[in-house]
Design a protein around this ligand. Structure first.
Ligand code: FMN
Length: 192
């Protein structure tokens, strides 16, 4: 099942400098739904990151809870295609509790309506750059993660970058293809 995302806004209401200044990791989330527009904006921001040699190794997944985003069923969704205009249902069900457990039981993750999981297919970059490409992939995940942090700040939403998790467990919860290795988890929601 494919879902059409909404057009991203290219003009915000706060300055870049303000978002950089105010950005911080926020780990408390209200049980408030996100709108499809907010979800679309966040996906756009993550995808608009630089990529070494335009090799695009990153794969963005969204773990969405039940009644957590307007008009979107609970499940794991994968950003499909080259752009940021579509999501594809990858797995059904509300998997937020399982995801939180896989992240060393950082339970606040289960409170967030949406968690992004940034995974990478290293081979897309290492086939061109060899071992150095591994570092490039990590750098890229950092770019995408920072974009999500700043976009959250600009939208008045909360997020935190999560690097502490069992790779295999996160891959299992999301049923990731074996070449997609999870690197960052970013729960997003309205902050408390
Ligand atoms: C690579 C990386 C991994 C992180 N992993 C976690 C994590 O697993 N859990 C968590 O609560 N915060 C995690 N953080 C967030 C840091 O704790 C946070 O950025 C740091 O305390 C500085 O606070 P600030 O982001 O508010 O400036 C991680 C940050 C980075 C960059």
């Amino acid at each position: 099942m494919r879902l059409k995302l909404e057009e991203a806004e290219k003009r915000g209401t706060v300055s870049l400098e303000e978002t950089i200044e105010k950005r911080k990791s926020r780990r408390s989330f209200k049980r408030t739904k996100l709108t499809k527009k907010q979800l679309s904006q966040l996906i756009w921001s993550a995808v608009k990151a630089p990529s070494a040699g335009a090799t695009y190794p990153l794969e963005l997944y969204a773990v969405i809870g039940e009644e957590c985003v307007d008009d979107i069923d609970a499940g794991v969704y994968r950003r499909s295609g080259r752009g940021y205009s579509e999501l594809e249902m990858h797995k059904k069900g509300d998997l937020r509790d399982e995801l939180a457990i896989a992240c060393l039981s950082q339970t606040f993750i289960a409170d967030a309506p949406v968690s992004f999981v940034i995974a990478a297919e290293y081979e897309r970059t290492t086939r061109r750059y060899g071992g150095r490409g591994v570092g490039y992939v990590y750098i890229e995940v950092g770019h995408a993660g920072q974009n999500i942090y700043l976009q959250c700040e600009a939208l008045g939403l909360a997020t935190v970058a999560i690097g502490a998790f069992y790779d295999d467990e996160v891959a299992k919860v999301l049923s990731l293809p074996k070449e997609h290795k999870p690197i960052y988890v970013m729960p997003v929601g309205v902050g408390v």
